[in-house]
Design a binder for this molecule. Sequence first.
Ligand code: PA5
Length: 423
Amino acid sequence: MLTLDTGSLAPHLTDDELNNGMHGAIEVLGSLLKGKGPGSDMLGWLALPCLPPRDIEEIANAGKRIQDQSDCLVVVGIGGSYLGARAGIEALKGHAPFPILFAGNSLSPEYHADLLDYLEDKRFSICVISKSGTTTEPAIAFRLLRNRLMEDCGREGCSERIIAITDPVKGALRQMAGTGGWKIYPISPDVGGRFSVLSPVGLLPFAAAGIPIDALVAGAYRGLGLWTREEPDNEALRYALARALLHDRGTEIEVLSTFHPELSWVCEWWKQLAGESEGKEGKGLYPASTVMTTDLHSLGQLLQEGSRNILETFLVSARPNRDIEIPEDSDDLDGLNYLAGKSISEVNSKAYEGTKAAHVAGGLPVMTIELEGITPASIGALFIFYELAIAVSGRLIGVNPFDQPGVEEYKTRMFKLLGKPGY
Ligand code: PA5
């Protein structure tokens, strides 16, 4: 499914140092699995890959119903209630023929006006996702979209076209869903937003898009088995430990560099997972990302010769889903005939190998996560790999990876400025 290569971390971090630190990482994993340690009331995500087949089938059928009754689905949500769905759908575009649009992830008037214009002549359904049920951005987008749907198909019709994914008991969205008679999928209170992609928060949008969620969950389940082993060859633990040790030695930034643009939203999802989990108490690697080879022509310079406070992790796939051969040209005026007969993926692989060697020579500690392919199973596995690894690295650097006290600060100030009652 995926492999980790830590062979290019030396001299910044040697194999011996990694091997010596493994017992600490294994202990942290053990305490997570026993439900102990900081944030132990938020470990429900560990059970998500074990979702019973009948629940998976139920969600898959809900996805098919959306396809039958609409031209497209608008997924409304932000942060952990958005990024996982977007990441999976963008990565697995080839498996996702049904159009999914996203809303409520910004306060851009242009974006939402354009979206409403686009939906003018469409039959659309809405999947509104908010654990708290009170987040401002999705609440505004949902009000706009709900009003449009109401105009199009009335209160009765709306009840068939709206799905709410929210807290099982409390919150404004839960209450509205009850009153409106909308289908509700609960988000378990012990699953935080950024750890929720393998719950209906991700699975329902995936199913509606056409992604085979049974295969994706099966990949996550297999990954869970592999990366919860309390053994020194556990690659999620090795990745977690390498990050934590480099952090403790002064590395400030981890750049996740992918050579597959379709994985750019996986990078965005990972940024939230890592940033919100570790960025507290003055600690945490700043998670950044690049999409290659595009960014070799911009950020490549900084990665090669800039500040040496960076860890770079490559995220690559061993096998393309589709490929194109570079043709011969009789004139060869562009001098490209030396590549004729090679596929674009071969050239991309060499670009990755060359970049890795250059960045190692430039003095960066480098790791690689290689997927065997970009498939539903490998993406499911990648989700659980990162969740386990970030949970462990967060605890290794000494923070609670499952809270996010800092995200309230801007809200309090914004609400005061907007005149929200009570602020
Ligand atoms: O990971 C998190 O907890 C946050 O990013 C939330 O998912 C985000 O703020 C959206 O919150 P909610 O799902 O309550 O609307």
